[in-house]
Design a protein around this ligand. Sequence first.
Ligand code: KG4
Ligand code: ZN
Length: 366
Amino acid sequence: MRVLKVLGIETSCDETAAAVVTSDSLVLSDVVKSQIAIHALYGGVVPEIASRDHARAIVPVVREALDRAGTRLADLDGIAVTCRPGLSGALLVGLQAAKGLAWSTGKPLIGVDHLVGHLLAVFLRRGAEAPAGPAYPFIGLLVSGGHTALYRVEGPALTDVRELGATRDDAAGEAFDKVAKLLGLGYPGGPVVDRRAALGDATRARDVVPTSMARRDSLEFSFSGIKTAVARHVANRPEPMSDDDINDLCAAFQGTVVDALVRKTMRAAELEGLTRVVVSGGVAANRGLRERMTSAGAKRGIQVFIPPFASCTDNAAMIAYVGALRLAAGERDGLDLAPSTRTALLRVTRKGGGARASREHDHPRK
Ligand code: KG4
Ligand code: ZN
């Protein structure tokens, strides 16, 4: 079959991104303009500011992606764009840009679910020699600032992806960001907590951080209790924390989050009878998570795939790739494609569901 070349556009949150990728997953260009410095002033993403910055950046970013790929619009087979989930105003900027390009060139428009993009980013080949990623089916753990969930991934289509369990409250990355804010470490919190954790001793702060999620066999996550415990500890201290105390607390917090992520991912693989695990999303950059997931997998004969950092965090290459696969399957969308704040994947976990909802939704296949 002919290899297709697709432009991808991603503006769901605080990265303006564009990339050109082929249907056999070769990344020809991958441009990401982060807004982190702007939002850092506010300690988190401000939706209105995100939309405005996307509007400023989108045309130069798309142009750079085409230039770096040595591709003209006329050479493309289609235009893929993230249409869900994300901030409405932010998604709209990417969608309108993609529609304008699709309309003016007559190329097909393909909407992509951001979460499917993350789950398939492991297949991206950054260089012709790069390996092509795992065989289907696999367990996908998606851990980012907005999402934390486990999936059974049978193939690239929406209907091939089944949620096994998700967070009932905060996403893991959100917990890292909130704890970093409480400790005065700035935004985003993940990278700095990761660095500080490597310098600390978790046992010295073990009493502060409760174990995440009481029900060990559930595939759902909960991180808000850990965050609240850290907040209470910080508020109750008479004097500011020393650097060593902060390092110890980061080590204990990160250890607890990583433990929950690894334990439940391994449990999902066991329940589903699968021997391949893929970790993706920004938190997959965490050194503690990478090490513990890899060693837990090795112990159980489970292959663990963690894409390079550029494929873990938000990018448009994963969107272009999923778009190219949809296009190759004969799918496309109309110019009336609208954004949605929700994923198109079927959800089994209710946010804020509490113990009863959790029991109802444990192991949905049984
Ligand atoms: O996937 P991503 O770039 O954006 C979305 O949320 O979709 O993920 C960003 C999240 C942030 O919460 C950030 O703090 C977290 O990933 N993160 C990390 C690390 N690097 C980034 N969390 C833990 N350890 C890291 N090294
Ligand atoms: Zn993301």
